[in-house]
Design a protein around this ligand. Structure first.
Ligand SMILES: Nc1ccn([C@@H]2O[C@H](COP(=O)(O)OP(=O)(O)OP(=O)(O)O)[C@@H](O)[C@H]2O)c(=O)n1
Ligand SMILES: C[C@](O)(CO)[C@H](O)COP(=O)(O)O
Length: 234
């Protein structure tokens, strides 16, 4: 089926978390959040290799984690860029030349379910590109600068997009090259593929696959790790 690699991006500053330490290094049940995320892919036989993208000042610390936590599938640790998109692009450029399939994943999403990750990859094998997502539970409004509601999209067609996002590697690289040439910045990887006119499929996941973003996510993450993922206290 060809080599499957994961690019895990963890070069963000975690501004919205408002902690001194960047959120990917905060401890959850005795280990950094980022290590939980890397362990997830390390433990999956379907994954051949991992490229880790970190802040320029964190490369050495992260290389230390590889040894400390037995993360043997992480073949490259590369410094990221200003925007998430820059970091992903650097990760893609570090992939081995024979990588046929790539998944991009946020370093601060430690709870993606393995069966959903595999379903996402299988969907990408069928159609070229797929992302995990959940139907939105709230009513979403389009609101203008003055705070006035302009429209209410039909909720049945709204999905909250997660990672991993899986692609044929050559397709995603082409999308990133084109976006770079045209100065386009998107908020996820699929957007860059969509704007090439290529269809991206959604694969339904679950609501536990949170992106740890703001302080109130931390107690929720702590609950998930024990009650959903079944980890014992260290
Ligand atoms: N220049 C960047 C920005 C983000 N990320 C990564 O992209 C993922 C999702 O981004 P987000 O949750 O927005 O993280 P931060 O950018 O760190 O958070 P904030 O926007 O609050 O500063 C995170 O794993 C983050 O480390 C990255 O690798 N490089
Ligand atoms: C890629 C992503 O996680 C999908 O939900 C999200 O768009 C990342 O956005 P952020 O601005 O980096 O939080």
């Amino acid at each position: 089926m060809g080599q499957l690699a994961v690019v895990v991006v963890a070069a963000g500053k975690g501004t919205r978390m408002r902690t001194e330490e960047s959120k990917q290094y905060l401890e959850l049940n005795g280990k950094p959040i980022l290590v939980h995320t890397l362990n997830l892919f390390q433990s999956m036989p379907e994954i051949d290799s991992i490229v880790l993208v970190t802040g320029i000042d964190d490369v050495v610390r992260c290389r230390g984690y590889l040894e400390q936590y037995g993360l043997t599938k992480v073949h490259q640790v590369v410094p990221g860029g200003q925007e998430r998109q820059d970091s992903v692009y650097k990760g893609l450029q570090a992939l081995a030349a024979d990588t046929e399939w790539v998944m991009v994943h946020d370093g601060v999403r430690p709870f993606a379910a393995k069966e959903h990750i595999i379903a996402c990859w299988h969907q990408a094998i069928e159609t070229g590109a797929a992302v995990l997502a959940v139907p939105v539970k709230d009513t979403i409004k389009i609101v203008d600068q003055s705070g006035t509601i302009r429209s209410t999209p039909d909720r049945r067609s709204l999905w909250a997009i997660q990672t991993p996002q899986a692609f044929r590697c050559s397709l995603l690289l082409q999308a990133y090259e084109q976006a770079a040439e045209e100065g386009f910045i998107g908020t996820d990887d699929a957007m860059l593929v969509e704007r090439m006119g290529v269809s991206v499929q959604v694969v339904e996941a679950d609501y536990y696959n949170i992106k740890i973003t703001t302080p109130e996510d931390l107690p929720w993450a702590n609950w998930i790790i024990h009650n959903v993922r079944g980890e014992k206290q260290p």
